[in-house]
Design a protein around this ligand. Structure first.
Ligand code: HSE
Length: 307
């Protein structure tokens, strides 16, 4: 028997929601096939045509599967075939989606009936293996779909945020080779302590964004998608972002923020947004920094699917 699972890309943080908020999108997806082998070496065998590591201790899809095999005392060998559709290292939840798809596929393969929270619990182990930290926001969005908030870590509790405003999504993706360890480096820039006035400012943003999404209030979403702490601390990694932000707001985007740890930028837009002007402006900004960027327009995505 071979099981196929598919998980969407995601943009974490959404401004001030560092490690808490995330949104899945239909822009890209990863597909993982899981199968039990009769013979072979080791516990997990990885096949992939992408550049992700095939060493099971370094791959975000296999590390959680290894933990499942330990917990459920699974004998035998699991083959994971990973078809990467989500480009890695661009802040689009690539490692998280592979992890979620692998866990969901193996859950079905072994009849474990894992809940979505359990899928998140295992999938974060994959995030830890590749970025050094078990942040749950990307995996929560890829598992549950839509906009999610992680409300508890131990045990994991995730709520889907009701989105009552009809926006679309544009990802601005710089053609930058960010390389392995990008998220780890980005996390090292986040200050361990921050001043209270910054915390208050961010609480204001987060509240505005939540209320704006739930009430369908465009102004609140626009005001709320902002961050005075993490985006600011990481600005050396994406010096082009403040200008792109300014242009996106000038041409009336519904909201703009860095996608996860960057370097991509998430823009929400509607019919009031002058999208082409944002594209032209962002292209100029990126070229000024010596690289081109791609634009992908898409919509909010659903949760992980298993077939
Ligand atoms: N919340 C995480 C971070 C997401 O910003 O480091 C990483 O994709």
């Amino acid at each position: 028997m071979r099981v196929r699972a598919i998980a969407f890309s995601s943009s974490a943080n959404l401004g001030a929601g560092y490690d808490v908020l995330s949104m899945s999108h239909r822009a890209f997806n990863d597909v993982v096939y899981a199968e039990l082998l009769d013979s072979g070496e080791g516990k997990i065998f990885i096949e992939t045509d992408s550049s992700v590591p095939t060493d099971p201790s370094k791959n975000s899809a296999s590390v959680p599967v290894e933990a499942i095999m330990e917990d459920y005392k699974i004998k035998g060998i699991i083959k994971l075939k990973i078809v990467k559709g989500i480009p890695p290292g661009l802040g689009l939840g690539s490692s998280g989606a592979s992890a979620v798809a692998a866990v969901a596929a193996v859950s079905r393969l072994l009849d474990l009936n894992l809940s979505l929270e359990d899928i998140v619990k295992y999938a974060v182990l994959g995030e830890k293996a590749v970025s050094g930290s078990p942040h749950p926001d990307n995996v929560a969005a890829s598992a549950f779909g839509g906009v999610v908030a992680v409300t508890s870590h131990d045990p994991f509790r995730i709520v889907r945020v009701a989105v009552n405003y009809d926006f679309k999504i544009m990802l601005i993706i710089p053609r930058l080779a960010t390389g392995v360890g990008k998220t780890k480096r980005a996390r090292e820039l986040v200050p361990p302590k921050v001043e209270l006035n910054k915390v208050v400012e961010n609480a204001r943003y987060l509240s505005s964004l939540m209320v704006g999404l739930i009430k369908g209030d465009r102004n609140l979403i626009q005001e709320g998608m902002n961050d005075s702490i993490v985006e600011k601390a990481r600005e050396p990694l994406y010096p082009y972002y403040p200008k792109i932000r300014e242009i996106s707001l000038k041409y009336n985007s519904v909201g703009v923020c860095v996608s996860g740890a960057g370097p991509s930028v998430l823009v929400l837009y509607d019919e009031e947004t002058e999208l082409e002007k944002i594209k032209l402006g962002a292209t100029d900004v990126c070229r000024g920094f010596g690289f081109d960027c791609d634009f992908v327009t898409t919509e909010i995505g659903g949760g992980v699917k298993v077939e």
